[in-house]
Each structure stands twice: as structure tokens, then as C-alpha cells.
Ligand binder design. Structure first.
Ligand SMILES: Nc1nc2c(ncn2[C@@H]2O[C@H](COP(=O)(O)OP(=O)(O)OP(=O)(O)O)[C@@H](O)[C@H]2O)c(=O)[nH]1
Length: 428
């Protein structure tokens, strides 16, 4: 014989561990099941007589108002069901978090009155874990989150901690409601890289690690995202991770990088950086063709300047010349002090004749410059320069520089304060 609907329903409710309640809105009658009472450590007999006050007296006073408001808004037609979590006092003196859900049944008892029927579930453990997670998230120096990407590319945060406010200027509720907001504040220059790295991590299931900038009202913050992806059987990828502020670390990194490529005295690039840029330009030329030229400048009789006017005056001569070269070259040119009184200018997309023209202009500008020593004596300074262009028969950067040096040497030998040019770059 098939089980009755009532038996089946009871078995289902027993399985879920839910208490049930029925509340007649017109008569005020209340019907509770045994589980409703045992969830709070009581039997129904102990709670008798059962009325609305039975719930009221056990509910946390601070939760009564919100629960009644939730009921009122459901009865006003807002939401498909009544739903609310409130605390209730267990017989053992502990508060339990109860998740209550209910619906209105007009004809439930066939007597024309309205019955609200629902369930109670004890969600204390979930609430406690959630509270612990929130406390943990608060004490962490970054954002923790769970990010989910569907196979069709749709994405959302199933959890994100409140630190989003500090780093992204976005409330965590907003990030959950509209996850795109979290990408809208990524620096435009970094956005593509961030998206590509997420795509790569989803494909390879390798850890996602990405440093990028977040731009909130003109304030830039460097952050680092680190998270582990996992793919479920539906192809959905979920990352659990953390985003931290790395501003201090990044500033230090950038400072160190700056120091490692800069000449301290003049603020120009140093020899190491110039060699790196020359190698880059050579590789680019080999791959895509094009042209670039190099000017090597050396101050004439600089030793005599030091000897006559002192080392500090020599230093300020170097600084003045550095400024002069920077003013008279393009932004795309790279200028470095590559030795004591030697400078190199790398001029991308510049033919030999144009580079020679620039070298001559620099030579004349320096010769016209009036210098004053620490003792107030006036003097002038000249330079010699070698100019060379990268061509098809240039074998390496080393060869290019060697040809440039030979031109410079020719300029010195021919009397200084002049520019020598080499078209071919075969050092022999
Ligand atoms: N003030 C100052 N002098 C430097 C610096 N680096 C190198 N020097 C000096 O630059 C001088 C270079 O001398 P030399 O290599 O003989 O060249 P020069 O006197 O310019 O002679 P030519 O190049 O042949 O015209 C040396 O006296 C170095 O001590 C620096 O940072 N500051």
C-alpha cells in the first residue's frame, strides 16, 4: 500500500531536522511540532500552553522587531516567502540561530481563515562559522574572496571580505551584486594583463599571481592577487584567494630598479642600461628592419678641467652637459653617462646624417656655453663625438660600439671639438 502524503511529508521533515509551525493570522492559533520544541531543548508539554507568546518569550528581544518587519513585508506582498534568521533561547541557556521560512495558505484548513505555515532550522553552526570567517577576514591585511567563473565566461564573487572598501573603495555587498565593479577600478594600463592572467589560470589551473594597480579617485594602490583555481565537473572554475596591498614593496622595487639603471651624478641612465637598450634596438632591427644611430660623446681635456678648477666644478660641468644633451635630444632618444666624461645617445629611427646633425648641434651648443668655476673664473668646454648607424653588416652591439669609439678617436686625433662619422660599421 502506498504511503499517505502526510506520512511522506513527516518523513521528509524528520530527515531535514526541521521544526514546523502553523500560525492562524485570523484566530492567532499556533500549532508546533515536537521538533520545533526539541530544537530548543523542550518538549511541547513543557511549553504548553502554546501561543504566539511562546515564540516571543524565547526570541532574542533585539530580533523580535526585524522578524515582525520581515513578516509584515511578506504579508504586504514583498517576496515569494517569509524568511528570517533570529536568535532563540535554548533550555541550556545558549542562544541558537534559527532560520525561519514560511508561506501563506488561504485554504489550508478549509475554514476560510489564513494560515501561515513554515519551518525552523537550527543554523547556529553555519552562523558561528560565518562569524569566525568574518572575524578572520577582518584581521587579515588584505581581501579574501572566492571568485567563480562559469564556462560561458560569466563571473561572480560567492564571498568577498569587507576589506574591499579600503583597497577598492567598493563595499563587499556591491562587489557581490555587481562583480564588474571590481574590474572597473583596475588601472586601464593593467586591466588587459589582469584579465589575460585570469584566463591563463583558468585554462592551466595554475595558481593566479598578479601585481596590478587599482585606481580609486586618483589614488593608485599597487596590489597583489594570489589564488588557487579548481574546476568542477560542470567546467566552472573557482578561485579562493587573497588580494594584498603591496604599495611599500612596489615603491622599494621601483626605487631599486631606478637606482640600478641611473647614473647618480647626472640622473641620466648608466652604462648597463644603455647596453641593454642597445641590445634591444639591435634585436628589433634584426627582426623588423629599420634604422638607429648612436652618438658617443667625450669631453675634451676633462682632466685639465678637474686639475684647474677642482673636482666639484668638474662634477657640475658633467651635470650641465647632461642637461644640455637631454634638452637637445628627443624624448624617444636614450641618453646615458657611460663613463667618467663619456656619454652615449641612442637615437631610434634616426639615419646617420640626422644623428651627425644632432652631434654637431650638441658640440656647438657646448662650445658656446659659459662655465664659471667655484672661484668665479670663466671657462669653456668642448667635446668630440663619434657617430655611427646600425646597418645590415653590423654583427653585434659590441662591433657597433667599437666602430663608434674609432670615430671618436679620429675626432680626438684630428684636433678635438669635432664630430667624426662612420657609415660602415665593420671595425676592421
Ligand atoms: N669631476 C669628475 N671627474 C671625473 C669623473 N669621472 C671621471 N673623471 C675624470 O675625467 C678625467 C678623464 O680624463 P682623460 O680620460 O685623460 O680624458 P681627457 O682629459 O678628457 O682627455 P681627452 O678625452 O683625450 O680629451 C679624469 O681625470 C677622471 O678623473 C666624475 O664623476 N667627476
Amino acid at each position: 500500500m502506498p504511503l499517505s502524503a502526510e506520512t511522506r511529508l513527516k518523513a521528509i521533515l524528520d530527515g531535514t531536522g526541521a521544526g514546523t509551525w502553523e500560525y492562524n493570522l485570523d484566530t492567532g492559533d499556533i500549532i508546533l511540532n515536537d521538533r520545533w520544541a526539541s530544537m530548543l531543548g523542550y518538549s511541547l508539554e513543557e511549553l504548553a500552553p502554546i501561543s504566539f507568546q511562546t515564540w516571543e518569550s524565547l526570541c532574542h528581544p533585539k530580533d523580535l522587531g526585524p522578524a515582525n518587519e520581515a513578516l509584515a513585508s511578506y504579508l504586504n506582498g514583498q517576496g515569494p516567502q517569509f524568511e528570517c534568521v533570529f536568535r532563540m533561547m535554548h533550555k541550556d541557556g545558549e542562544w541558537r540561530h534559527i532560520h525561519s521560512r514560511g508561506m501563506l495558505l488561504n485554504n489550508g484548513k478549509n475554514d476560510g481563515t489564513r494560515w501561515l505555515m513554515g519551518t525552523h532550522l537550527d543554523v547556529t553552526e553555519e552562523k558561528t562559522s560565518q562569524h569566525q570567517l568574518e572575524q578572520l577576514a577582518e584581521s587579515l591585511p588584505g581581501i579574501i574572496y572566492t571568485f567563480v567563473m562559469e564556462p560561458d565566461g560569466q563571473f561572480h564573487f560567492s564571498y568577498i571580505s569587507r576589506k574591499t572598501e579600503d583597497l577598492y573603495g567598493i563595499h563587499s555587498d556591491q562587489a557581490i551584486a555587481d562583480p564588474q565593479k571590481m574590474f572597473d577600478v583596475v588601472h586601464p594600463d593593467d586591466l588587459q594583463r589582469v584579465q589575460d592572467s585570469i584566463g591563463l589560470s583558468a585554462e592551466s589551473l595554475c595558481e593566479w599571481v598578479c601585481d596590478y594597480r587599482v585606481l580609486v579617485e586618483d589614488r593608485i594602490t599597487w596590489v597583489r592577487g594570489v589564488s588557487r583555481p579548481e574546476r568542477d565537473t560542470d567546467g566552472r572554475v573557482t578561485w579562493h584567494g587573497v588580494i594584498t596591498n603591496i604599495n611599500d614593496q612596489k615603491r622599494l622595487e621601483l626605487e631599486l630598479e631606478h637606482l640600478s639603471i641611473t647614473d647618480e651624478l647626472t640622473g641620466l641612465f648608466n652604462r648597463r642600461y644603455m647596453l641593454h637598450k642597445l641590445e634591444e634596438a639591435a634585436a628589433e632591427n634584426e627582426r623588423y628592419g629599420g634604422i638607429f644611430s648612436v652618438i658617443s660623446l667625450d669631453i675634451d681635456f676633462f682632466k685639465a678641467i678637474n686639475d684647474s678648477w677642482g673636482h666639484p666644478t668638474g662634477d657640475s660641468v658633467l651635470q650641465t652637459i647632461a642637461k644640455l644633451i637631454q634638452q637637445r635630444t628627443r624624448k624617444s632618444d636614450i641618453v646615458a653617462r657611460t663613463g667618467g666624461e663619456e656619454f652615449i645617445v641612442l637615437m631610434p629611427n634616426t639615419a646617420l646624417a640626422d644623428a651627425r646633425h644632432v652631434a654637431d648641434a650638441l658640440r656647438m651648443a657646448l662650445a658656446a656655453e659659459d662655465f664659471v668655476s667655484d672661484e668665479g673664473e670663466r671657462f669653456t668646454v668642448t667635446l668630440s663625438a663619434g657617430v655611427v648607424s646600425w646597418s645590415d653588416d653590423t654583427a653585434s652591439v659590441r662591433d657597433l660600439l667599437s666602430v663608434c669609439d674609432r670615430s671618436l678617436y679620429e675626432a680626438k686625433r684630428a684636433g678635438r671639438n669635432r664630430v667624426a662619422v662612420r657609415g660602415g660599421t665593420n671595425p676592421n
